[in-house]
Design a protein around this ligand. Sequence first.
Ligand SMILES: Cc1cc2nc3c(=O)[nH]c(=O)nc-3n(C[C@H](O)[C@H](O)[C@H](O)COP(=O)(O)OP(=O)(O)OC[C@H]3O[C@@H](n4cnc5c(N)ncnc54)[C@H](O)[C@@H]3O)c2cc1C
Length: 327
Amino acid sequence: MKSFENIDVKSVKEAVNLLQKFQQQKKTAAVVGGGSEYLQLMKDHVVEPDYLINLKTIPGLDYIKEERGAFRIGALTKLADIEMHPTIQEKLLILSSAAGEAASPQIRNAGTIAGNLCQRPFCWYFRSANFTCLRKGGQVCYTVTGDSRFHAILGAGPSYIVHPSDTAPALVALGAQIKIAGPAGEKTIPLEKFFLLPSVDYKRENILTAGEIVTEIIVPAPKSGSKGFYHKVRERLAWDHAIVAVATVVESSAGVVSHAHVVMGGVAPIPWRAAKAEEFLRGKKLDEASARQAGEIALEGAKPLKDNSYKVKIAQDLIQRGLLASV
Ligand SMILES: Cc1cc2nc3c(=O)[nH]c(=O)nc-3n(C[C@H](O)[C@H](O)[C@H](O)COP(=O)(O)OP(=O)(O)OC[C@H]3O[C@@H](n4cnc5c(N)ncnc54)[C@H](O)[C@@H]3O)c2cc1C
């Protein structure tokens, strides 16, 4: 690994100022929470920063609070703490499940929610120092002619990564917001708008610009009677990213849907919201036929690559399973 300097910061402001300073000095710097993902990229020589800004030394940024009808989750909150939190388990089961499905117990005990949302793609071409792929400044996305088993079937091109986060689809389905601190101050935006399609920028996965860091996630309390589920299919039960994951949040009365949120992971470069399926479900009685049709509508625009058409059926089935669990 290339040598670097670690800086333990004490405040968000200090982190933002340092990021700005290093940018002006034309030095490379990155923030880390648990470091579980970023240090692997460094060891693999995919990234070689001059400075690592350790956010974990900022006091008071790991919390879960229930306040005025919303849950506030500090950026440094560990995935294991979200998974095991009694109120999250009771009132936001979908989020507790998604956090608990991520990676391994060891990684969940180090990895933070902000790191989970900001992790880089787990595409094997991106993660190998032997391939200078499009996302790393090269000319091609090797997936197009290479091994595309685990890549995108929706919303992709010119890069075909899938977004790797388990918590992201669940949080988008819950209508979460994300708070960002930067040189211009703080802003809060819908989490759905945080992620970037490759057609907008194929070198970044989110809207963060130089000097910006995530400080908090805000999740509105689900409406009473709504039900949310997270289902994930992976190649093996030990730590593994999703082949396909589906987050569903359904508000219904007497089996008739008033609002449904269907968000897929593992199929697109961003958490993929199935807006047409959500619209189709509004006012429908939720049964096997309507749930199956919603799954079919959700995958209508899918464009599988040569090795991953199998994902279409898995996604349709998971959508059906998630919706029927809500009845
Ligand atoms: C073997 C392995 C298996 C995994 N499997 C899964 C899986 O199945 N599902 C899943 O969801 N994830 C998986 N992960 C990823 C894991 O969940 C994340 O590594 C973890 O949540 C990241 O948190 P962290 O705090 O350690 O991130 P870090 O490694 O510290 O950072 C990750 C990225 O986020 C950025 N970042 C961190 N904090 C902030 C912040 N506050 N503001 C802005 N940017 C920030 C960093 O700069 C870096 O780019 C896996 C990782 C590994 C190594």
